[in-house]
Write a protein that binds this ligand. Sequence first.
Ligand code: ARG
Ligand code: ASP
Length: 721
Amino acid sequence: MRKSKIILFLFFIFSVTIVKADEGMWLPQLLQKLNESRMKSLGMKISAADIYSINKGSLKDAVVSLGGFCTAELISSKGLILTNHHCGFDAIQNHSSLENNYLRDGFWAKTNKDELPNKGLFVTFIVRIDDVTRAVMNGVTPAMNEAERQSVIDKNIAAVQRNVQKQATQKSFVRGFFEANQYYLFVTETYNDVRLVGAPPSAIGNFGKDTDNWVWPRHTGDFSMFRIYASKDNKPAEYAEGNIPYTPKRALNISLKGIKENDFTLIFGFPGRTSEYLPAVAVEQIRTVSDPAKIAIREKALTIIDNYMRKDEAIKIKYAAKYASIQNAYKKWQGEVLGLTRTNAFAKKTNYEDEFQKRVDANPIWKTEYGNLLADFKTVYNNIEPYNLARDYYTEIFSKIELFSICARLKALQITYETKGETAFAERLKNIEPDLLHVLEEYNAEVDKKVAEALMEMYVQNQDKKYVSPEVLQALETTDGNFVAFINRLYSQTSLTNADSIEALLALPAAEAVEKIKQYDAIHLFSDVQSVYQNQVQKQQNIYQAYINKLQRSYMQAQMEVMKEKKFYPDANSTMRVTYGQVKGYNPRDAVYYKFQTTLDGIMEKYIPGDYEFDVPAKLISLYKTKDYGRYGENGKMPVCFIATNHTTGGNSGSPALDAYGNLIGLNFDRVWEGTMSDINYDPSICRNIMVDIRYVLFIVDKFAGATHLIDEMKLVQAGK
Ligand code: ARG
Ligand code: ASP
């Protein structure tokens, strides 16, 4: 008994101080203080100031947030940026039609004039990051309740924002870190004229599609290129024909040198969201309740949509982006459940908590302040469980049925009018109308009805009746519980899925439009669903969640005080981060080892002529046969993808992978199946990020597409500096 405790303790210390050393998404402005020496010991040849500096140009000036959901990087002095194919997917899809099928065939602008504008797409540069914790926390006291605390913080943030030094074209925002224990100010500059320059055919850019998504070994050329346009004086400007290619402060050099196992790598980007500091009880709830529920709902929707997409090319174009996004999280959650299970995340977290509790209990001050944290977590997570589940059902189901997502938008308009009046209505309409029309561009009535039949059945039958809308139940009674008949009637009686009727409706004066909105049966029904959700679920859930947030904040503070030997990094929150590691293969399971690199040979191994996922373009086959790889190949092979130990998440897609000298060696786009739980519990033994080798990108642009004018813009380097 004692011996096993000692072993457990040693294991714990070991896992905290050594194995976990390279976990983390670090703030670029703190690298020098926290990470530089470790990065150098892993082989990095540049300094922290070369990565982030506000006094001189640094690598950070070559990295942008793309559209708020992905990352991109500057690769030429003429504003050319590189990102993933799946990040550019929406743009490529919007320019695609059955006649000009850029999704299927690829697209390459021959000159600047041919580059295609994309409404709503933007890139954001980070000008600088300042620690404003002290100013934001000014006047906050432990005695305050949450509302009081938040109101002081909000006022302080507003003051910080008012006083920030910035240029007219720059913006700023303040965000909380470490569960709102620290605050940073970001000064940013956003460019709104971003044009599509090039994309490979989907058979390259999305090779292996959903079967290969989240999977290693991988062979996807997941890239596309855009260009930032600016006003004549290189400043941000709305789209205008006369805008000119942006001249960046910094563009990345591209390495042709290639990579070896254990090489140092660094990923620079905008990771979206992680939850690395949850208590064990929360992790267990995700693994056993929330993920499985969401997976089951998405599985139903995906099976239906997939069936139609395989049969009909027009539906395939319309639903491609939607399908990919539903499928993406669906598959990720499956990997997450598997990884959490296999790496015993619950036991690991529990061991950590036991050690935490022991140290807290041994110190009287800590004991009064933090002694009950873990017990309180257990109680509140038990209490919130049914509400979280009902929330998952509501959000997953009603966002997948387009008719209801249309109802939700119209209902929001109605409420805006009723609570804030005509001017606010008109303002809101500006966003909602294009949004609604976009939904309808990617809409097919038959597909939506089938999805609605299946998901409404889950909504009604899998839940406690107190979470189900009485009006839905009543409507169902009139069709004797028959979902097909119920949905058929609902859809046949509505004009809400018709773009012309929507336009006519929204062209009416506000008061009339609102009167009409209220009369639609579908909206009436949806209102009931929504109000049951708000009253039976959300109210109580919000109360519990606010309490959890408070506990989480104090748990974070406590860990930083109590677990002194551990280096903490803040959870991802869509702000700029650096993660570093080494190129490395891994053991996914007993007796199996995955190498770090794939090649074009593997594409030919996976090739299935005419297949929806694994077809290969004829031109690529012929380049393979003649081994015409130019300066991009290595020992007669064409490298395609590689993996490393960098800690990444959603939003890191499109992030540059840099070598020890800061040269571009790859483009991040995914993680391995066994390691998707890195968002909750990073495990260095199996968590790997997946990148396209930059040489494959260049090979496709140059040899496959013949877009040599783009290669000429870039700076290719052979060795180190
Ligand atoms: N899994 C990657 C990420 O999370 C790539 C997704 C795009 N590909 C796809 N087949 N859905 O975003
Ligand atoms: N594929 C993800 C993205 O789009 C990256 C990841 O989750 O690893 O950002």
